[in-house]
Design a protein around this ligand. Structure first.
Ligand code: FEO
Length: 170
């Protein structure tokens, strides 16, 4: 059995990951309504990845004999007034999620729960990649976003993203 606090944090993370999926679906819907279908595609796939993360946390709890409590998912409440807003909100959100993962890691480390630390290693790496991607999108938008033709090409580039299942299998 897992330490109570570690299990609680892991259970909370299930909700946080589903919230991330919800948030990115909101971003996707925003871009869709603005006619930027590539950006919409990018965030729709990001939402799928977040759902996968939630499922992995759930599965890990169940593999360790813990029951899972599903809580209400908050409504996405970021105000999106311009094309760059989701990019900045997304980057901030990923930094926040990194902090959450580190907090769970810290709790697992305190009780010498090496199994959970090993499970979380994948997420630590994943967060690094997600922050890099989110920051990269901001840089690209800053460079090209104000030129309609360049924005069109960037939108096409983001439209080419395809979903792939997470490399972590439990
Ligand atoms: Fe589940 Fe974007 O990290």
């Amino acid at each position: 059995m897992l330490d109570t606090k570690v299990a609680q944090l892991l259970n909370t993370q299930v909700n946080k990951e589903f919230y991330s999926a919800y948030l990115y679906l909101d971003f996707s819907n925003y871009y869709q309504s603005e006619g930027l279908e590539g950006f919409a595609n990018w965030y729709k796939i990001q939402a799928q990845e977040e759902r996968d993360h939630a499922m992995l946390f759930m599965q890990y709890l169940q593999n360790n004999g813990c029951s899972v409590t599903l809580d209400a998912i908050d409504k996405p409440d970021k105000e999106l007034k311009g094309f760059a807003d989701p990019l900045h909100a997304g980057y901030e959100h990923e930094q926040y999620v990194t902090g959450l993962i580190h907090t769970i890691y810290d709790a697992a480390s305190t009780v010498k729960d090496f199994r959970t630390m090993q499970f979380l290693d994948w997420f630590v790496k994943e967060q690094g990649e997600e922050e890099t991607n989110a920051e990269g999108l901001i840089k690209k938008f800053d460079l090209f976003g104000s030129d309609p033709r360049a924005l069109y090409m960037l939108d096409n580039e983001l439209g080419a993203r395809v979903y792939s299942a997470p490399s972590l299998v439990l």
